[in-house]
Design a protein around this ligand. Sequence first.
Ligand SMILES: *[C@@H]1O[C@H](CO)[C@@H](O)[C@H](O)[C@H]1NC(C)=O
Ligand SMILES: *[C@@H]1O[C@H](CO)[C@@H](O)[C@H](O)[C@H]1NC(C)=O
Ligand SMILES: *[C@@H]1O[C@H](CO)[C@@H](O)[C@H](O)[C@H]1NC(C)=O
Ligand SMILES: *[C@@H]1O[C@H](CO)[C@@H](O)[C@H](O)[C@H]1NC(C)=O
Ligand SMILES: *[C@@H]1O[C@H](CO)[C@@H](O)[C@H](O)[C@H]1NC(C)=O
Ligand SMILES: *[C@@H]1O[C@H](CO)[C@@H](O)[C@H](O)[C@H]1NC(C)=O
Ligand SMILES: *[C@@H]1O[C@H](CO)[C@@H](O)[C@H](O)[C@H]1NC(C)=O
Ligand SMILES: *[C@@H]1O[C@H](CO)[C@@H](O)[C@H](O)[C@H]1NC(C)=O
Ligand SMILES: *[C@@H]1O[C@H](CO)[C@@H](O)[C@H](O)[C@H]1NC(C)=O
Ligand SMILES: *[C@@H]1O[C@H](CO)[C@@H](O)[C@H](O)[C@H]1NC(C)=O
Ligand SMILES: *[C@@H]1O[C@H](CO)[C@@H](O)[C@H](O)[C@H]1NC(C)=O
Length: 412
Amino acid sequence: MKLFNILFPMIISIRAAIASLIAEASTQNLEFKTCVVNPGGNSSIDDAPAIIDAFTQCGHNGKILFLNETYHVNTVLNTTGLKNCEVDLRGTLLILQSSAWVFGGDNINFQGHGYGTLNGSGQAWYTFIHGKSNYPGRPHAITIANTTNSVFEGIKFVQSQMWTMTVIHSKNVLLQDIYVNNAGNDGTTSSNTDGANTIFSDHITFKRWDITNGDDSIAFKANSTNIRVLDSTFHNGLGIAFGSIGQYKGEFNTIENIRVKNITCYNTLHGAYVKTWTGQQVGYPPNGGGGGLGFMKDILLSDFTLNNLRGIPFSISQCTTFSGVAGACNTSLFEIEDLTFENVAGTIGTNPIASLQCSAAAPCKNITLQNIDLALRNGTAASGYNCDAVFGSIGFNCTGFTCGTSSATGSC
Ligand SMILES: *[C@@H]1O[C@H](CO)[C@@H](O)[C@H](O)[C@H]1NC(C)=O
Ligand SMILES: *[C@@H]1O[C@H](CO)[C@@H](O)[C@H](O)[C@H]1NC(C)=O
Ligand SMILES: *[C@@H]1O[C@H](CO)[C@@H](O)[C@H](O)[C@H]1NC(C)=O
Ligand SMILES: *[C@@H]1O[C@H](CO)[C@@H](O)[C@H](O)[C@H]1NC(C)=O
Ligand SMILES: *[C@@H]1O[C@H](CO)[C@@H](O)[C@H](O)[C@H]1NC(C)=O
Ligand SMILES: *[C@@H]1O[C@H](CO)[C@@H](O)[C@H](O)[C@H]1NC(C)=O
Ligand SMILES: *[C@@H]1O[C@H](CO)[C@@H](O)[C@H](O)[C@H]1NC(C)=O
Ligand SMILES: *[C@@H]1O[C@H](CO)[C@@H](O)[C@H](O)[C@H]1NC(C)=O
Ligand SMILES: *[C@@H]1O[C@H](CO)[C@@H](O)[C@H](O)[C@H]1NC(C)=O
Ligand SMILES: *[C@@H]1O[C@H](CO)[C@@H](O)[C@H](O)[C@H]1NC(C)=O
Ligand SMILES: *[C@@H]1O[C@H](CO)[C@@H](O)[C@H](O)[C@H]1NC(C)=O
């Protein structure tokens, strides 16, 4: 495993390393089997049992091959604990809207060739929830859990039920050339259709993602460390998100060493934003909470091109609380420090450039905003840095305060 720690910055090498590990496993006289999954070919036939059977047979030192066919996944897939496993997805998994996939293991190479697809049949949810947030029972398309030293590549996700991907309790995972399109049949995007979320995960790299969705493009939640997002394009969603975090009273969580570079946004709400719960617990998760502890630091966001942004390019809000309740924006003890947003160009819909509503109980420290060259749609240079409780502004001067009750969008 040490090999991977050394190789982490050279992500391109990971795939070769895995291939050689798998090759090594097979030369050690471990039988390397291939299981071909045959589809039932009818939506009334659930292919999940056949898929699970293939992973049971070939999930250790083996390959699971999905043909260029449509598979109907009508019940939950739980294929965890895999080892030295290749997944070759050449067709489409049409996942019934009530179902999902929990996936995980060590030394996995999941290859979609740029066309292997997971279709979450999300339209039924988009119609049903009518914009309601965090509707109970709405599944995530794929949960990558307890996964180490693995690569996911060339996979398409369409119409995810809710979040497209959750990476949880995982380490040393590269996800590249991934396409996500959660637009509904009418072309609009639904709430909570996040691209990807990381939770309790370390050394995760997202490279060349293209995401069209209606919520966070990629979000880093509790205990996300050493995460990279590179060379990616986001459409319509909210941009890069830190949080929400601090929702669980007394829990100590961190977000640390995050590098996001070469990002192009089209019509997203933000380039990037930070959202913490207040220091006071009001109600209980998922829709209430607050009072969490911890910090985020060593964050570098660079080389952003923003096209026709809908909201504030960079926003911090520490005001999140139970929906409909206001205030207590100065109570969060979650610390935000050493954060840089730089080399940002493009067009935005409205001033200011940044809204930094930091909690007076634990002020933000060392925030750098530099080399920002943005214009409003009419060509006028964008301006304005609204700040509360910012200690150490580097590359900019605060030009005013926020309204003090700014929402997660940075607006009032
Ligand atoms: C699918 O299965 C249903 C129920 O068994 C059957 O009525 C239908 O004809 C099948 N469709 C196809 C295309 O085979
Ligand atoms: C998959 O099969 C369809 C026909 O069913 C064909 O049009 C398509 O080109 C095939 N895709 C690949 C990548 O082979
Ligand atoms: C998946 O299966 C594993 C192993 O049997 C189990 O530990 C885990 O709880 C299951 N996860 C879900 C979401 O069902
Ligand atoms: C996804 O599946 C739905 C049926 O549930 C279908 O209407 C839609 O066209 C599919 N999307 C794509 C991009 O294939
Ligand atoms: C991950 O591993 C832990 C501990 O081994 C286990 O409790 C948990 O159920 C696993 N999660 C999944 C989704 O398999
Ligand atoms: C930035 O990312 C795009 C893909 O979105 C890629 O085409 C381009 O080469 C990248 N630029 C650099 C300097 O790496
Ligand atoms: C999150 O990370 C913190 C700091 O390393 C640690 O104290 C805490 O136990 C972690 N939480 C979980 C649930 O792993
Ligand atoms: C601010 O953060 C940067 C980057 O993390 C660091 O190099 C610098 O020393 C910090 N400055 C202060 C005054 O803490
Ligand atoms: C451009 O729009 C901004 C914001 O609406 C406005 O303040 C400014 O005067 C406009 N500039 C021109 C040249 O119309
Ligand atoms: C929060 O604290 C800031 C000072 O850091 C102050 O300007 C602001 O008025 C306070 N907001 C509220 C709602 O008390
Ligand atoms: C901030 O204001 C100070 C004092 O007016 C000025 O010297 C400095 O150049 C300003 N910095 C920026 C980045 O505008």
